[in-house]
Design a protein around this ligand. Structure first.
Ligand SMILES: [Zn+2]
Length: 264
């Protein structure tokens, strides 16, 4: 259904997992399998760098949202995950959903509503892994939306950092215009494309990953959303621009905030 998604990777989940593993280990990442789900590994990649800011990224939570998954591999291949940051990456949270082209996993569960109860094998293994990691300062999750016509993001702040939202939206707009609706997914935007979300779940017993990360103490998170109706290549490129800008802005802001506090 997704056809050829980049120059040399067709989106077969098995070959994707192999390609990501090969590129990540070549780039010096430590590889772990959090679980085996439906015959597929649930991979996590880490590159420790003492004293560096900790950034965590995830994709592939919803199996019908391929752009973020592809963008993560393309960012890796481009050398984006370089020095200066301690990276953690979970590129495929929902391998059975990806294999079937479904939002939910093979059992029909939306994994991004399971981060409180942790009923699924995927999320319980993922949380068990996250609990062994230091809390990242920044979290970025890559998603897509079948209903939107433009790019938008959710921002969750725990520490009052200057927002990178405008910079991310401006960068993303080079590829995909900002979603114009004043209400997106039942949330009123702060500015076009920018949902500033409280660090609380919309439904108290249905936590998405971003709420779990905020509860753990992650200072700032961005959930990036590209519109599924546009060409996949543009959505992948848009995610790459947005991730690059989010991290660059975070590192700039972090330096200023830490400098002001004298804690650098
Ligand atoms: Zn999603």
């Amino acid at each position: 259904m997704w056809g050829c998604l980049s120059s040399d990777v067709s989106f077969d989940i098995t070959s994707y997992l192999q390609s990501f593993h090969r590129s990540a280990t070549d780039a010096g990442f430590f590889s772990e399998s959090m679980a085996v789900i439906g015959g597929y590994s649930l991979p996590a990649y880490t590159r420790i760098l003492d004293g560096a800011p900790k950034v965590y990224l995830s994709s592939g939570m919803h199996g019908d949202e391929p752009a973020g998954v592809i963008a993560m591999l393309e960012l890796l291949r481009s050398g984006f995950f370089g020095d200066g940051v301690e990276w953690r990456i979970c590129p495929v949270i929902n391998p059975t959903g990806i294999a079937m082209g479904l939002r939910e996993n093979a059992q029909g569960v939306d994994l991004n509503r399971d981060y409180l109860k942790k009923m699924t094998g995927e999320v319980s293994a993922h949380v068990a892994w996250l609990e062994k990691q230091p809390v990242p300062e920044m979290f970025i999750s890559l998603h897509e939306d079948w209903e939107s016509t433009g790019f938008y993001l959710y921002e969750i702040q725990k520490k009052g950092y200057p927002s990178a939202a405008r910079s991310i939206l401006n960068a993303a707009a080079k590829e995909i215009l900002t979603e114009p609706c004043r209400f997106i997914d039942d949330h009123q935007v702060r500015e076009p494309g920018w949902i500033f979300h409280e660090p609380r779940a919309d439904f108290p017993d249905q936590w998405p990953e971003a709420i779990y990360m905020a509860e753990q103490g992650t200072r700032v998170s961005y959930t990036l959303e590209t519109p599924s109706s546009l060409a996949l290549e543009r959505r992948v490129a848009c995610h790459m621009l947005a991730v690059r800008t989010a991290v660059e802005e975070f590192l700039l802001t972090r330096g200023k905030v830490n400098g002001c506090n004298g804690t650098a």
